[in-house]
Design a protein around this ligand. Sequence first.
Ligand SMILES: N[C@@H](CCC(=O)N[C@@H](CS)C(=O)NCC(=O)O)C(=O)O
Length: 213
Amino acid sequence: MLKIWGRVNSSNVKKVLWTCAELGIPYERVDAGLHFGVNNTDQYKAMNPMAMVPVIDDDGFVLWESNPIMRYLCAKHPKAPYWPENLQTRAAADRWMEFQSTTMSPALGPAFMQLIRSPEDQWDMKMITTHITRTGDLWKVIDRQLGKTKWLAGDDFTMGDVPIGIQIYTWMELPLAKAGLEQHRPKLENVARWYEQLQAMKNYREIVAIGLT
Ligand SMILES: N[C@@H](CCC(=O)N[C@@H](CS)C(=O)NCC(=O)O)C(=O)O
């Protein structure tokens, strides 16, 4: 059986758990990361030298990096439209996955670490404001796409909605009002509609919308 290492509150682990749920893949999950530890052991680092979650072991095949894990599982258990059959739709979905990990995550991540994982008296407001402003601008890019298509890669929900779908939850749940930064969370009509579509999904409510910790 597929084995997954990673704590359920990790956005990168959620990508893999949500993919398994969409594709109907059974798995065994081991808590790892942050207070669970495990990821700093030599045994774990032999699987992932970066000591990060998630990692999978599929009958002896070990893989780390959340987006490649998603694609591997999709290729092994192909199910359209989640893993689009049309190559151009698949490439478009892939593009949004990479946009999340290379552009959106570096923008939002440092602000998340401060606002959720650091005591308020240690918040670096200059740094947080820079990252929140940048993230707000990136959501405008997403909003323009969602003004043209129902989902990020077209008419259907695909793997391309997953990484950014996880990020919208983090973004909407961040305590920006408490930080005096609510004005930096732009009201975006198409993103709001897409977020409602996501929240209507059982897998989203059970795997993604579980609180920020
Ligand atoms: N590029 C990697 C990033 C993995 C990553 O940053 N994982 C975080 C959790 S989201 C982690 O392992 N943090 C250390 C920890 O949980 O102890 C991926 O997409 O899998």
